[in-house]
Design a protein around this ligand. Structure first.
Ligand code: SAH
Length: 254
């Protein structure tokens, strides 16, 4: 019996971000696995089982889904945004690598979704128009000094930086420290975009200068885009500004 495992990206929230491929994979699944709030976004289907788990139980969730697939079921693990960006696709690969040989014979499909940084960038213009990188500020799975080194390297090399997981209840200080680190490399007027709950009813977008950025502007549903020295803000009467990074870079940022 050969089971199937799909790891499906739901996009940032709004159902219009759900791709037709993701809809097909969700419809085909006999069982869905995922963090409760993500599962809640998927309309109920008769006969389809659902296994909601806590956000921090990624390893157990991947293991449970793989076990069911190995027994012949067609299962889907759901992730917000894209499943390959700080999410379940890597957790599933880790479980396959560490698991029994039969996991390697499964049909595994990763179904991409619109990741938060792309949804936020689209809302505000084109801040990712030139070279950029993405970093998770969570030090649950890596040490904080590695995060600081990566912030230093990215900011000094002139990358625009998308920051995922800026804070959580258990990690209240990390974003403030990151700002302090970034200010060592970037001018005070560098644009910083705060995109909160993009694609959901409580969406909120804000642009401030790096010198004004504070921890109170972020929560667990916020994606932060820190500009480079090249990133520009176009003020517009009665409208949110357009933030963009030109496609050409004249200098190596110091
Ligand atoms: N796989 C997800 C990211 C998971 S990490 C993706 O591709 O988007 C969780 C972090 O993603 C959050 O802390 C936040 O920084 C960001 N995020 C997820 N959904 C978001 C949304 N709708 N608006 C803004 N940021 C979001």
């Amino acid at each position: 019996m050969s089971g199937r495992l799909a790891i499906v990206g739901l996009g940032p929230g709004d159902v219009r971000y759900l791709t037709p491929q993701a809809s097909e994979a969700l419809a085909a699944a006999q069982a869905l696995y995922g963090y409760g709030p993500y599962l809640d976004r998927v309309p109920a289907r008769p006969g389809q089982a659902r296994y909601a788990s806590d956000n921090r139980e990624e390893r157990d969730r991947a293991a449970a889904a793989l076990k069911a697939a190995a027994e012949g079921a067609t299962v889907a693990i759901v992730s917000g945004g894209d499943p390959g960006v700080f999410a379940m696709a890597a957790a599933a690969c880790e479980a396959i690598e560490a698991g029994p040989e039969r996991y390697r014979t499964l049909d595994v499909e990763v179904v991409p979704g619109v990741t938060a940084m792309l949804a936020v960038a689209a809302r505000i213009g084109a801040p990712l128009g030139h070279d950029f990188c993405a970093l998770s500020l969570s030090d649950n799975l890596k040490p904080w000094d590695l995060i600081e080194r990566r912030l230093d390297a990215a900011a000094s090399a002139g990358f625009v930086i998308a920051l995922y997981n800026p804070v959580s209840r258990a990690r209240p200080w990390q974003f403030g420290y990151a700002l302090e680190r970034l200010r060592r490399h970037l001018p005070p007027a560098t644009p910083v975009v705060f995109g909160r709950a993009v694609g959901r009813p409580d969406e909120h977008i804000d642009v401030v200068m790096l010198e004004r950025a504070v921890t109170a502007q972020v929560d667990m549903a916020t994606l932060v885009i820190v500009g480079s020295r090249e990133t520009r803000v176009i003020q517009r009467p009665g409208r949110v500004p357009l933030v963009y990074t030109p496609r050409t870079a004249a200098t190596v940022s110091a």
